[in-house]
Design a protein around this ligand. Sequence first.
Ligand SMILES: *[C@@H]1O[C@H](CO)[C@@H](O)[C@H](O)[C@H]1NC(C)=O
Length: 355
Amino acid sequence: MIGHLHNLTGADRKTSFIMNSAVILLLTSSCFACSSAIYASNREGPKKLKYLLEPLVHADVVARRGRNATLPCILRTRPSHYKVKWTKLDPEHAGQENIIMISNAHAFKRYGRLGPRASLPKAHTMDASLLLRDLELEDGGVYRCELINGIEDENVVVTLRIEGVVFPYQSESGRYRFTFHEATEICAQQDGALASYSQLYRAWTEGLDWCNAGWLRDGTVHYPIVNPRPACGGELLPGIRSYGPKDKNQDRFDAFCFTSQTSGSVSYISGSFSFEQAGDACRRQGGELALVGHLYSAWRFQSYDQCDGGWLRDGSVRFPISSPREHCGGIPEAGVRSFGFPDKTMHLYGAYCYR
Ligand SMILES: *[C@@H]1O[C@H](CO)[C@@H](O)[C@H](O)[C@H]1NC(C)=O
């Protein structure tokens, strides 16, 4: 549909424009429908819970990587015998449930990837909340607390959102070079993970505008447009443009990576270094060249602002701007600017180090 727009007459354009807003609405509502189809315990509408406290609507738990989060699940009444089962739902695999913990009044057992970092704080006798320690990038998502008493099982769902930043990543050899698996790998190498659709959506609401399509964690390909322009999918409404699911082994795109707070810090060493000299300069200070994810994290969480291009470990040269000004990239929005991947022997840039 995006591609066809260029051939339309003026009148058709108008229709198409309206149609597209309908498509956007449909996209949103179909996504909502699919998530409620997967997660709601009862499709006829929310049923009144007897044992568990109804969760507040829109009460997501939000935390950064490395921190702890408590996912609330509170009993209103206690049946005589019951178990509590905590699971993480996996929308990428048709809502498949990954069990984290099963407990009864006397004992508990942990399961899976999250189990070792999970515990039950039991702040009071009716508390069945789950504490997750040392959060990781992939921990964001939908969790279910299920009360099992063999008669009327009940559950509530809680959404955990890892607070972070989405950054597009393009190969040194140009646009659209990564298969899905390479995109997954490249994000990990930059201290990130492939972003989910909701992370990209949030980044778009915060102003991310990127005219190249990239992989998301669910194997779909999208790009976010804030300022519509002919070269970027035509003059449609602002929104997330979708290519839908693509072949993970054959198709090649850029990547949208997601990262969050880091335990280290980023600093700039001014100088006219080659790539190699920049690495040496960082090592002399007990650090290493920063990864792209480190720089985005510092920009997002420490409002890092440095109007000088510096080498990063992947061989790119970038700089973070939190207070946009004329001579620092020229674009009105804050962001991490890129000089791409210059010749590594050029003695032109400083170094961004991570420690
Ligand atoms: C996270 O929880 C653990 C164990 O409950 C605690 O020792 C640690 O201090 C907590 N960390 C933070 C950042 O609150």
